[in-house]
Design a protein around this ligand. Sequence first.
Ligand code: HEM
Length: 97
Amino acid sequence: MSDPPSKSFSKKEVSSHNKDGDLWIIIEQEVYDVSKFQDEHPGGKKILLGVAGNDATKKFHKYHRQSILDKYKSGLVVGTLEEPQKKKSIFGFMKRS
Ligand code: HEM
């Protein structure tokens, strides 16, 4: 059993990990660091690079069974995706920069 991930990341932060050797992807609101796994991925590295830094939920489910996620999750998840801010404060315009 693994503890639930405690870190959360913004989409922007995840999107900065978008290259060979520094490769994160989002699946079902969870953030996977596949920087090392990229070379072991049976589907190849190239396809992972194609979704690097992005949400790959749909593509993941297109090619794999859910059980694959359950098996690899504990070794690859580094955190969850931050909830996007739904409403901006009406006082936002008063903020000084
Ligand atoms: C946490 C992320 C991922 C893990 C742990 C993972 C794991 C795996 C595993 C274990 C296989 C072999 C499946 C089998 O033998 O039945 C596989 C195959 C494959 N994966 Fe992934 N994968 C991940 C992400 C992705 C993503 C994001 C894509 C596409 C954008 C992808 C595309 C593929 C493809 C095309 C295959 C080959 C399918 C086939 O030969 O029929 N994978 N992956």
